[in-house]
Design a protein around this ligand. Sequence first.
Ligand code: FAD
Length: 291
Amino acid sequence: MASITDLLAQGRTLSFEFSAPRDEDGALRLDRTLARLSELRPSFMSVTYGAGGSTRGPTHDVVQHIEVDLGVTTMPHLTCVAHTRDEIEGIVARYRALGTQNILALHGDVPLDGPDHPTGDFTRAIDLVGFIRERAPFAIGVAAHPEGHPRAESRAADLEHHVEKLREADFAMTQFLFRAEYYERFVEEMAARGVTTPVVPGVMPPTNVEGLARMSAMNNTEFPADLRARLEACGDDAAARREVATDVATRLCEELLAAGAPGVHIYTLNFSEPARTIARNLEAALGRVEN
Ligand code: FAD
């Protein structure tokens, strides 16, 4: 399987993110989605890790399925909250044995009204990067928050935190966003501070108004009023909402790629549509058209 550092050096990447399933029904749906989306030959697929504990176990199994059965490069997510050094060491060793070449090193989601760092031997993603670097030759990615992390004390402190973290990483993946200008501004702010680590933007096809409002508030992502109005105008018509999502996400990806993004990372929410249509729409922009 490939290193994401090499993939980014070869050209623009197309990747898909999946959530580790919570139950058997979710696992079956995820399997179907993975099979459909693997047909598109994505550059890599990533699988989330439940910092709270509920979906920690399945991440390794899903990663193994993608690598071994589907033959697609993976990027498992790994969060450090509530983990000991020994536990992280064990998880990294298992991924090495599997042949995984990439990892996304994260702090992990914690409840907004709780303490920043509940328990565990690590308090920051950057410490996880250093720990993994000493133990495995992985391409290591980190999270970037172009609109600022909700817990940041100030924009300046947030930018400094990103500078420090991105310097140690091989690449970064952003929180989902709806405005390309926030991505551009963030990349410029990093470059102005001497950081040129590739930053791959995350794009979430917007279908569900309530879910998006909740996730946007949690992540400090602007949920544009005109997008909200477009989705609300669709009412209960799921097909119409999917059409809006496909259209909005395709245009956003095109803008991001035109702005110089080294690839796009689609948050699939474990559905094959609209991710599949978006990927097809982007074939030319990504230079993936076959002759
Ligand atoms: P860190 O880099 O450790 O920092 C978090 C933020 O805290 C910083 O951005 C900064 O604003 C602030 N901060 C910390 N230290 C300082 C400091 N010294 N000075 C100033 N500010 C500071 N969560 C999961 O639980 N599982 C997943 O699989 C998962 N996948 C994700 C994938 C992507 C692409 C992204 C963007 C996020 C993902 N998350 C996931 C969510 C992520 O864990 C949360 O956003 C978390 O709150 C922050 O993680 P981090 O790795 O950016 O943390």
